[in-house]
Every structure is written in C-alpha cells, then in structure tokens.
Ligand binder design. Structure first.
Ligand code: ARG
Length: 398
C-alpha cells in the first residue's frame, strides 16, 4: 500500500503543484487539507475541488475561524503580543492552528508524513515542523519547495505540462499571508528597504490620510477577553471581525518594519492588522487600570517573551504553556470597558471604567476629597533613597 502524505493546502499555485510533485518524488498518495483561519479568499469547496483536480486522493477543508479566534488570537491579546514591539504575530498564530488540523488528518488517514509549501528561508517552516514534532513526533515532514528543488519556474512549468486547473499567468510579485488577525506582505520591490509601501499593498485598511469622520467604539472585556462592542455581546471572532472592519475603515494598524527572523535573516515586512491593533491598544489600557503595579511590570517581560516564543514556532512548548498560566492569572481582573476613537490611522483611548479598577479617585485627586497623606511621602523617600545616598558618599567622596 502506498504511503500517505497530508499536505497543508492553500489552493494557490505552489501547494497545488506540490500535490503532483510529492506523488512523483515519493510515490505517496497525497491528502490535501485546507484550513480556514479567516483568510477571506475563495470558498472552501472550490479549494477542495481544486485539490482533487490536481491529483489529491482526498481533500478536506476545515472552518477553523472560531477556534483560531478563541484559542490563538485571544491568548495573543491577553499577552498584548507584539513581536519587536510592533508585529502582532499574524502568521505565527495561524501555523499552530493549521498544525493541529494536519496532525488530526494524519491520524485519521494513517499518514506517515506531513508536507507544507514553505521555502527554507522563513519562519513558517519552523513553526510547521516544530509544531508537528511537538504534537506527533512520529510523523515525518517534507517541504517540496525546500527539499525537492521546486522553484517557482518549475512549478509553473509543471502546472502547464500537467494541465492543472490553476492560474499560472497572473504574476503576483508579493508573498502574502493573511488571516483573521491580519495580513503580511513581503518580497517584490519591498526588498529594497528604502522603497516606501504603495497603496496597492493594502486590503484590510483604507488610507489613513483620507479625511473622514471619526468612529467611537466601546469595547467590553471580561477577564481579558472581548465580550461586547458598544454594549452588544460578541464572540471573540465577531469582535475581531467588527474591529477589522471599523478600525480598518479608519486606516488603523498599518505596519512597515524590518524584523529579525528566527533563521537569522532580517526581512522587510508590511503588515495590516486593524482589529488586532485596536484590541491590543484597548486591552493594554484596561490592564493599566486593573492590574496591580508589580504584576503589571513583571507581565510586560512575560508578554515579550511569550511573543518571541510564538514567533519562533514554540507554540506547543512547555515554557509557552507555563507562561499561558501566568498570563491567564494576570488577566483575572481585566474586566471593564474601554472607549476609543478610531481615526487617521490611530486607535486612541479616551475613557475607561471597570468594577475591578485599582484607580482610586480619592487617592489620585489634587482637589478636595484627597485622602492621600502627603506627610508620609517624606519618610518614604528618605528610606527609598538611602542606598543611593550611601553609594554616593562612597563614589563621589561626599
Ligand atoms: N514575517 C512574518 C512571520 O514570520 C510573516 C510571514 C508571512 N508569510 C508569508 N508567506 N508571507 O510571521
């Protein structure tokens, strides 16, 4: 009996060619698995039929949008996850979601191997293969583009020679990955890092420079999870979709950056993540109101480490799991409302209220009603500054 390979299938040229290419190189039967993480393209049934037409023995599609929102985007939000302080981990979050579905399909069909369409230069190959190794160490991984020399020119020639039902003429100079949490664009003229991005690259956001009326939104969080928008209850999936539309219409969440890939290369990326940026901005501010100072300070370091682990493909690692425990605990009291104005490419917080607030008006006020005993400050500073004073005596000779 022929071995079976489960292929992460997108419906595009590369993974469509991978089906026949793998069969030719290995003699295996290929099972195509397409996972909907909110990438907003063709419908899944069209993609499924194409996989079969390209030679897959079976093709499966999964609507993983709610799962992606609940189990991947929400933890990223609780961690305020921004790699290098800017990138909301768009592709890094979808890979472990897809990995889960690939492993389940491999088990169901008795496959020995999992395949993906990544090159050998990016982070995504690491995320797929380390993810597979963590969930199903017995499975082998292959990447035809990287391992079997499947260049783009060869892929086009293969598609044409085999009459595959896939467009090979439309030349898209970019490498694009998108999902519910945002969109990533790289390569093409962007590889010259002095070249500015052009309006054409963007599809989640309108031009922030276009004058338009502001949009005011109130986001309600319950233990760090968005649960209502403008008072209307929403699921995380609905919250992200609504904010992608509303923040996107105001040009929020465009990011142009050079980042450090795990494989050691610096690369130029243009991202859009309107919903993610609006949500993280609101969530961070609610943490400022509800999380105790020492916990908040410590959490900033944890958040950053969490983002690096996820970026580096360690979603299923013990450290990431342990940090999740800390982050969930730290979000226990992150409940309440944040009001924001969306306009001109920015999401600006203008109000916050919470039953779990640690903001005490009577301690903070400079007006009547002040209950803060200022006379205590003098002695506090005396002791707090004592080590500095003693060191100064030694170091400055005073
Ligand atoms: N640089 C980003 C990351 O590593 C995005 C990768 C997007 N992938 C792509 N095929 N364009 O997470």
């Amino acid at each position: 009996m022929a071995e079976k390979v489960v292929l992460a299938y997108s419906g595009g040229l590369d993974t469509s060619v991978c089906i026949g290419w793998i069969a030719e190189q290995t003699g295996a039967e290929v099972i195509a698995v397409a996972v909907d993480v909110g990438q907003d393209g063709e419908d899944l049934e069209t993609i499924r039929k194409r996989a079969l037409a390209c030679g897959a023995v079976e093709a499966e599609v999964a609507d993983a949008r709610a799962e992606f929102a609940d189990e991947y985007c929400v933890p990223a939000l609780k961690a305020n996850a921004l790699y290098q302080d800017r990138y909301p981990l768009v592709s890094s979050l979808s890979r472990p979601t897809i990995v889960k579905h690939l492993v389940a399909a491999a088990e169901k069909h008795g496959a020995t191997t999992v395949a993906h369409g990544c090159t050998g230069k990016g982070n995504d190959q690491v995320r797929f293969e380390v993810g597979i190794a963590s969930l199903a160490p017995e499975l082998k991984c292959i990447a035809p583009v990287r391992d079997y020399g499947m260049t783009r020119d060869k892929a086009i020639a293969f598609a044409e020679a085999n009459g595959l039902p896939i467009e090979t003429t439309k030349k898209n100079p970019y490498s694009i990955d998108q999902n519910l949490w945002g969109k990533a664009v790289e390569t093409g003229f962007l590889e010259d890092i002095w070249n500015g991005p052009i309006e054409d690259l963007y599809s989640y956001t309108q031009n922030p420079a276009t004058p338009r009326e502001p949009d005011e939104v109130v986001i309600t969080f319950t233990k760090g999870v968005p649960t209502a928008i403008d008072g209307k209850p929403v699921t995380p999936l609905e919250a992200i979709m609504e904010l992608n539309a509303r923040a996107g219409a105001q040009g929020v969440g465009r990011i142009d950056m050079v980042e450090d890939r795990l494989v050691g290369i610096k690369s130029r990326e243009v991202y859009e993540a309107p919903g993610a940026i609006a949500l993280i901005t609101a969530h961070q501010e609610l943490e400022n109101v509800t999380v105790e100072r020492e916990l908040a300070r410590f959490k900033r370091g944890v958040d950053q480490r969490w983002g690096e682990l996820v970026y580096d493909g360690l979603w299923f690692s013990p450290l990431k799991r342990a940090l999740d425990g800390f982050i969930d605990e730290a979000n226990e009291h992150v409940s309440g409302d944040v009001r924001m104005t969306l306009q001109g490419g920015r999401a600006v917080v203008t109000g916050r209220r919470s039953g779990e607030s640690l903001y005490d008006f009577n301690l903070a006020t400079y007006d009547t009603g002040d209950v803060f005993d200022q006379s205590l400050a003098k002695g506090f500073i005396e002791l707090f500054g004592l080590p500095s004073k003693i060191a100064a005596k030694r170091d400055l000779g005073k």
